[in-house]
Design a protein around this ligand. Structure first.
Ligand SMILES: Cc1cc2nc3c(=O)[nH]c(=O)nc-3n(C[C@H](O)[C@H](O)[C@H](O)COP(=O)(O)OP(=O)(O)OC[C@H]3O[C@@H](n4cnc5c(N)ncnc54)[C@H](O)[C@@H]3O)c2cc1C
Ligand code: SF4
Length: 510
């Protein structure tokens, strides 16, 4: 039988080093890329997220065509990827489907089922974009009593000799400078920030905009502020700009928030990394070069590298280890509906309004906004984790399930019962007040626990502590929080609970 292999490149695999493309054989192979409406609608995706994926795919298609790869590019299909793929495989008499492991479990399962139905062979390569393969991660986990980032991070530092000295000890004598990475901005504000580099839309991107506005006109978000890198060249430029102008101040203010300061000193590289326009090795390499050549602060560089070789690799490992159970996890059995204002920012809470406003503008919010503002509220308000996860997957331009779901279910919502976190990340309005200026001018007051002017974050925080007091007292990392409950009188507790119930029954109007 004549061999015919279809090399499938998915929208988040736009890398010439893609393991499926590397194995390309001109005698037998053809590349296939598919734009599928289902990928934009299975969650109610932000317009900028749809535009980013389509524009980056079309640019990549142009690039590989110019390199003489035979390519079939299916534009604007209304079918699901696997349906288009089925037709193509049949029409082309394919004997093999070759691809890299998808970043979403549902697609992996769909591809496996499709090749079974068609009785053809599947060659699914490990995703070599990542430092650590899923097999390596499972092997690392095998003898661990509990899954903790810190141990995995140290393993990665040692294995790849990153920030290690000649005696195999961490440079500077410490593995982690997290305690130096949590400073708020000065009370006067962040001062001058080197804004991230922006890219004007070219003809391909403008054509995509026109399509998105026509086809997905009722989707959330806007394209007005779209300036994301959509090619490898632009991604490299964004990386260069970040390490030169923004990395030096990245560390200190990693957790800081300020009204209408959407990007802070963050790298804004997650979409480039997740679409595979950038490789994490080159990102780490450039950060290390700048550290050595420009005598950058070790805490800033270590903090950045920890996110890339630590958290990013770690959550991917956990995702593949724990799927599909992770998607269904609901440790606290929360069942409330996501308030409608998560989709339009129409809330009186200044912190939520600002974080969601910028999300609708750019499809971006930084880590602490995602974790301690929108995520914290969703946990305290007892929202069904699957609805929260859908929102994050839809609304952030860098959201692909392998990275979105562990962060939402695992980090923000504790929905997987602390599988890789030692405590639920919860905070009252006091934390938000300390880390931002959101509370200035908010109609709610962070220090008020109940009543009309009480901060909903604060009321719901105390309510959460009371509800879960027993379990939180047993955990050494949350015991101090519950100890504070003893300072609240029983009468006050009753009033807090009553106010919390009122809020919980009318979440849409907060
Ligand atoms: C509830 C929640 C949902 C999230 N959803 C996503 C998501 O869908 N896609 C996504 O890429 N990240 C997600 N994150 C992680 C993190 O918030 C984003 O990676 C980061 O905000 C992207 O902005 P940046 O590129 O400026 O990151 P920086 O702060 O500059 O960090 C540098 C890089 O480190 C990596 N990184 C940092 N933190 C994490 C993390 N917790 N997990 C994985 N990688 C990390 C990213 O690749 C990022 O580009 C989520 C975090 C939370 C708490
Ligand atoms: S008072 Fe509460 S709701 Fe208002 S900004 Fe501060 S933390 Fe957010």
């Amino acid at each position: 039988m004549k061999i015919k292999r279809i090399i499938l490149i998915l929208g988040d695999q736009l890398d010439l080093q893609n393991a499926a493309l590397i194995s390309f054989d001109h005698k037998t192979d053809e590349v296939l890329m598919i734009e599928s409406a289902h990928e934009s609608t299975y969650v109610w995706s932000h317009k900028a997220k749809i535009a980013l994926f389509l524009s980056a795919m079309r640019h990549f298609a142009q690039d590989i065509s110019s390199r003489k790869y035979p390519l079939t590019y299916i534009k604007e299909s209304d079918l699901a990827i696997q349906e288009v793929l089925r037709k193509q495989l049949v029409e082309k008499n394919a004997t093999h489907l070759v691809c890299v492991e998808p970043g979403e479990w549902r697609l992996k399962v769909a591809l496996e089922k499709l090749v079974q139905d068609l009785n053809i062979q599947l060659v699914m390569h490990d995703d070599t974009h990542f430092y650590s393969s899923n097999t390596e991660f499972s092997e690392w986990v095998a003898d661990k009593k509990e899954l903790r980032l810190e141990y995995f991070y140290r393993y990665m530092r040692k294995k790849h000799q990153i920030l290690m000295d000649e005696t195999s000890q961490p440079v500077g004598g410490q593995w982690n400078y997290d305690d130096q990475n949590r400073r708020p901005y000065s009370k006067k504000g962040p001062g001058f920030i080197n804004e991230p580099v922006m890219f004007a839309p070219d003809a391909i991107t403008c054509e995509v905009f026109e399509f998105v506005e026509r086809k997905y006109s009722n989707h959330p978000g806007t394209l007005k502020h779209f300036a994301w890198p959509v090619t490898r060249e632009q991604a490299l430029h964004a990386l260069d700009y970040f390490v030169t102008y923004r990395l030096p101040s990245f560390g200190l203010y990693q957790d800081a928030m300020w009204k209408e300061t959407p990007f802070g000193w963050h790298s804004i590289l997650s979409s480039c990394l997740n679409l595979k326009l950038l490789n994490p090795r080159e990102v780490v390499q450039r950060a290390l070069e700048c550290y050595k050549n420009n005598a950058l602060d070790l805490a800033a560089v270590e903090g950045f590298i920890r996110q890339v070789i630590g958290w990013r690799e770690f959550v991917r490992g956990v995702y593949y280890l724990d799927m599909p159970q992770m998607a269904a996890a609901n440790f606290y059995q929360h069942q409330r509906q996501l308030p409608a204002w998560y989709w339009n920012a129409d809330t009186h809470m200044n912190c939520m309004k600002d974080a969601i406003d910028q999300t609708l503008k750019y499809g971006y919010a930084h880590h602490i906004q995602r974790l301690m503002v929108t995520g914290n509220f969703a946990l305290l308000a007892e929202i069904l984790p699957q609805q929260v996860s859908e929102w994050y997957l839809a609304i952030y331009i860098d959201a692909i399930e392998w990275v979105e779901l562990p962060n939402v279910a695992g980090m923000a919502l504790f929905a997987n019962g602390g599988r890789f976190t030692s405590k639920p990340y919860i905070a009252s309005g006091a934390y938000i007040k300390r880390m931002s200026n959101y509370c200035d001018g908010c109609q709610y007051k962070p220090e008020i626990q109940f009543g009309e002017n009480a901060c909903p974050m604060t009321t719901l925080y105390w309510n959460f502590l009371m509800k879960h007091q027993h379990a939180l007292e047993k955990n050494s990392r949350t015991r101090l929080m519950t100890a504070n409950l003893s300072r609240i009188s029983e009468d006050k507790k009753v009033l807090i609970k009553a106010h919390a119930n009122k809020l919980l029954s009318a979440l849409d109007s907060i």
